[in-house]
Design a protein around this ligand. Structure first.
Ligand code: NAD
Length: 360
């Protein structure tokens, strides 16, 4: 059928040594960039996304066009659709799964707790079930989050630090994901790599994230609410540019060992890894606003309020020495350079916005 032809063409790799990757959340921010990068270097890629309306679905459709131009087909469906996943794994022998689909965002969980359980817990288990029974068993690389460090106040965060005090339901489901993937590693021999991303930003980014809606609101002349920690300490994020994250994802896929499966006599244990992927250069949110003001040449209207208890943590900062050593991960983009690229994309994607900036 036409559908099967599109699936096979997208999943076709240019060389025998190339990977065949199932990318979940492919129409998402990170998923789009990772899928295009894999396809460009010759790997086979098949995407899955449910195109949910958590944020502007038109942006996901625009990313889908970009993916189609790069030769990546995105199947529209949900992680929880077991028969769909089964069918895809029957048609394509995936060597790797890059699992990026999730309900993201920490504050939204207060209104929509079940969407986090649905995608981040049930959906993950479903994907692992299909993967463990597949032949070959793929190696799994998936997105955890820096939010697992929760109320840990020791910075920079290193992989060995405690993660038992999540500050949001989102964080709790990511932490649960680390434990759930461990059980599938232990029982079924699935090769697992969890990547704890730190505040990823860049072109085609997410409208629910501060750098994105601050840009929009500065242009609109709307007041920005900037939270200040209760102890007046700095609220800061280890903003990490998308191209650096993509390099980390590809390195994780390339260094993933094969899954070892079950059956027969006890084999060597399958690989289980967790890495921080951050920038190791936290920037105060007030400084983020100043950089945007400079790039947009518009003064922001700032309203500083005490940070509510809404799931956000005060400070994030990654120790990346493990990823540096094992993955050769070395972020190279500072916040101003990365934001310059984001702003250029933003004004190009929303051409109407440029006209609103009277000072230009
Ligand atoms: P995103 O929301 O842009 O991408 C996720 C995609 O998954 C979306 O397109 C969504 O439609 C899809 N999706 C959600 N639930 C699904 C389901 N049940 N079935 C099929 N598709 C589903 O988010 P992103 O920023 O690209 O994040 C990618 C991954 O990285 C997520 O797992 C996220 O939790 C994690 N992460 C992101 C950041 C960041 O700063 N962007 C930080 C830490 C962790």
């Amino acid at each position: 059928s036409d559908w099967e032809r599109r699936v096979s063409r997208s999943a076709h790799r240019r060389t025998d040594s190339g990977l065949t990757v199932f990318v979940t959340g492919a129409a998402g921010f990170v998923g789009t960039h990772v899928s295009v990068a894999l396809k460009r270097r010759g790997d086979g890629v098949l995407g899955l996304d449910n195109f949910n309306h958590y944020y502007d679905p038109n942006l996901k459709r625009a990313r889908q066009k970009l993916l189609e131009r790069a030769g990546v087909f995105v199947v529209e469906g949900d992680l929880n659709d077991l028969s769909l996943l089964q069918k895809l794994f029957d048609v394509v022998a995936f060597t790797h799964v890059m699992h990026l689909a999730a309900q993201a965002g920490v504050r939204y969980a207060m209104q929509n707790p079940s969407s986090y359980v649905h995608s981040n817990i049930a959906g993950l288990v479903n994907l692992l079930e299909v993967s463990k029974s597949a032949n070959p068993q793929p190696s799994i690389v998936w997105a955890s989050s820096s939010s697992v460090y929760g109320l840990n106040s020791k910075v920079p965060f290193s992989e060995k630090d405690r993660t038992d005090q999540p500050a949001s339901l989102y964080a709790a489901t990511k932490k649960a994901g680390e434990e759930i993937t461990h059980t599938y590693n232990h029982i079924y021999g699935l090769s697992i790599t969890g990547l704890r991303f730190f505040t990823v930003y860049g072109p085609w980014g997410r409208p629910d994230m501060a750098y994105f809606f601050f840009t929009r609101d500065i242009i609109k002349g709307k007041v920005l609410t900037i939270y200040e920690a209760a102890d007046h300490g700095t609220v800061a994020r280890d903003f990490t540019y998308i191209d650096d994250i993509v390099k980390g994802c590809l390195a994780a896929l390339d260094t993933a060992k094969k899954s070892t499966g079950t059956g027969g006599k006890k084999k060597r244990p399958a690989q289980f890894r967790i890495f921080n992927l951050g920038n190791t250069a936290p920037v105060p949110v007030t400084e983020l606003v100043s950089i945007l003001e400079k790039l947009l040449k518009v003064k922001a209207k700032r309203l500083v309020l005490p940070m509510p208890r809404n799931g956000d943590v005060k400070f994030t900062h990654a120790n990346i020495s493990l990823a540096q050593r094992e993955l050769g991960y070395r972020p190279t983009t500072d916040l101003e350079t990365g934001l310059k690229k984001f702003v250029r994309w933003y004004l190009n994607y929303y051409p109407g916005e440029k006209k609103k900036i009277s000072s230009w």
